[in-house]
Each structure stands twice: as structure tokens, then as C-alpha cells.
Design a protein around this ligand. Sequence first.
Ligand code: PEP
Length: 246
Amino acid sequence: MRKQIIVGNWKMFKTNSQAVEFVKNIDSQVESNSNLIAGIAAPAVMLSDLTKVAKNIKIAAQNCYFEAEGAYTGEISIPMLKDINVEYVVIGHSERRDIFGETDQMINSKVLALLNNQMTPILCCGESLEIYEAGTTMEHVKAQLNANLNGVSAQDMTKVVIAYEPIWAIGTGKVATPEIAQEVCKNIREHIASMYNQEVANEVLIQYGGSVKPENIKDILDQADIDGALVGGASLVEESYLGLIK
Ligand code: PEP
């Protein structure tokens, strides 16, 4: 039995005080246990305060750099995140790839550095509308996974969370049907089996992301190969976040 993992991606929203208030208000109503990991990926300036107030909610970073330290103005290292008890880091979100020019190679370096530091990468992958309409989603996603997971051992692979996020469904209100999402997530699991083995593939947690809301999350999580969700917009309001988790 795989766990479920539901993570809110706050992107560049909220101030520190709003974020702390949010987590204080709802943390006791959320249970992270052996069956469910409930998380929030918050902007970097809030992480330190949030890890102090979150007892049940896992606080994740939205990005990191792969070097441990050095002359990298504006970047945040993995030891810095570890020191404030952050365990999960979203890597390779389509906004980072498309707006900030992150390459597959950089994403691969980040995945490897996180695993070397016993932290969990939430590795995002997914296709644009153009690729979806051309019917080449799986070729694209497989190429991303091959590049982003290069050098990851079978043992470490079981610790990676994959977030399949079709870009055309992010923040657009257009959700991939549960059947489409399931089909791609099943293919991702099969691809992981071909890259590693069936046991590793059976263990890997795969999330779906793209306009998930309290109203549609159940149908999505009912799919055999979908183990959770990465949620943007609907994770920003307390009631709605709780609705996703409940
Ligand atoms: C995301 O930010 O990863 C995301 C899926 O956003 P939304 O839920 O708003 O589509």
C-alpha cells in the first residue's frame, strides 16, 4: 500500500505573517500519518517560521540550488533548508523551467543533491498544450524523466516523488480528466519499472497536479496509479486546503 501525498504549492503568494496565521489555524486539523503526507510548499522567506509552527503539515521548499555553498547570489542551498527542518523540495516545476530557464541538467543536479542529503525531491514533469495536442505526451515525459533522474540509484528512486503536471491544466481551470491523468501516471510507473525494476515502480509516489480542487480531488485520487496531488490555487485558502486534505 502506497501512502498518499497532497502538497499545496503556494507559488509567490502570501506574506510571512499571513502564512504563519494560515498554518497556525489549520495545522491541528490536519493529520500527517502513515497513510497521508499533507504538505505546503511555501516561498523561501517563510520556511523557517512555518517549520516552527507546523506540527502535522510538512513544510516544503519550492526550489533550491544544488551546490552546498558559494558565490551564487540569490540562491538557497540544501544545507540551509535542512538546517530549518525542511524535508521536501519541489523541483523542476514548469514555471521554473519555462520562466526561469531551468534545464533538465540543472534539475537532475538538484535531484541528486537532495537525495545525497536525505531529502525528498518532488520532481515535476509534464507537457505543454502543443505536445498534448500532437499526441506526444509520453515521449516528452519519458525524456524529462530520463534526463532528470540520470544517476539516481534504485534505492534512492523509491524516495523520489513524481508530480505529473500537464502544463495546459496548471492554473487554467482545465483539469485533465481522471482517466487521462491515470493513463499518463500509469505510463510513468511503467517507465520507472523499465528504468529500474517493478518493485521500485510499485513504491514510487506519483502525484497529479493541474487545477485540482476539493470538488474533484476524490475522483483523481481514486485512480490506481495516482497517489496524491500537487495543488496551486486551491491550496491558498484555509477552508479549501482542509477540503483537499479531508
Ligand atoms: C501547481 O502550481 O503546481 C498547480 C498545479 O497549480 P493549480 O492547482 O493552480 O493548477
